[in-house]
Design a protein around this ligand. Structure first.
Ligand SMILES: C[S@@+](CC[C@H](N)C(=O)[O-])C[C@H]1O[C@@H](n2cnc3c(N)ncnc32)[C@H](O)[C@@H]1O
Length: 216
């Protein structure tokens, strides 16, 4: 992968982390903020819809939404370890033939990916430096629903991020960066692509949002 952060993503989201995430999912289901996003999507009624989960990790959102009869799902993941484990889990759960996997940076692959009814980015925007491009391309392609979880841009979280980053890099021996992007800019890009806010809440450091296409 070309971008520097994408190379760091490969190192950061490695097999060990993927196995930990899958074990945690088996033990206690999706994490709290992911659960809020899933519940908001479910409440709309999504039977028969298609899903694109960008940076889906081990695939918790897709596995949960298959319970609501979504028809088909696509994953675009920058980490090969997460793709491999997610694919194994999909086979094991019986969803293998209903999920298409693409490895890489979504902003680079977007032209190859068909538009879907639902697009989700759960804790992905904070991994990516070019938020404008990622949110603009993805939100323009959501036919019905667009859901995301990203860090709240409070002053204390920004300061905590600045203080923690050097220690985090030292500890993980990586150049991976965590971004607290402007929540207002994220909202304005999504609205600019014809979507309107349906649901919003906070959970700890996370903001969870769900938008719907105006004419959907
Ligand atoms: C913090 S993890 C979140 C995984 C999962 N969505 C969850 O909430 O458990 C962020 C994921 O986003 C992926 N990612 C980040 N930027 C991406 C991009 N531009 N295209 C595709 N995947 C990306 C990373 O590989 C990583 O698996």
């Amino acid at each position: 992968m070309v971008c520097k952060q994408c190379q760091e993503i490969e190192k950061m989201f490695d097999e060990e982390n993927a196995i930990d995430d899958l074990e945690s999912y088996h033990e206690s289901g999706p994490n709290r903020s992911t659960r809020f996003l899933i519940e908001a999507i479910r409440s709309v009624g999504i039977s028969g819809m298609t899903l694109l989960d960008i940076g889906g990790g081990i695939g918790a959102i897709q596995f949960e939404l298959f319970e609501d009869d979504i028809r088909q799902s696509t994953t675009v993941e920058a980490s090969s370890a997460y793709i491999q484990l997610g694919q194994k889990e999909a086979q094991r759960s019986g969803y293998g033939d209903r999920i298409t996997y693409h490895h890489g940076d979504y902003t680079v692959l977007a032209d190859e990916i068909n538009a879907t009814d639902i697009i989700t980015l759960d804790r992905v925007i904070c991994c990516y430096p070019d938020m404008d491009n990622l949110v603009d391309i993805s939100s323009s392609k959501a036919a019905k629903l667009y859901g995301a979880v990203f860090p709240r841009d409070t002053w204390w979280l920004k300061i905590a991020g600045i203080i923690a980053l050097p220690f985090f890099r030292l500890f993980t021996r990586s150049a991976f960066t965590f971004y607290v992007h402007s929540n207002q800019e994220i909202d304005s890009i999504i609205r600019g692509n014809g979507l309107r806010l349906l649901f919003s809440r906070v959970s700890g450091i996370w903001k969870i949002v769900l938008y719907t296409r105006q004419n959907a």
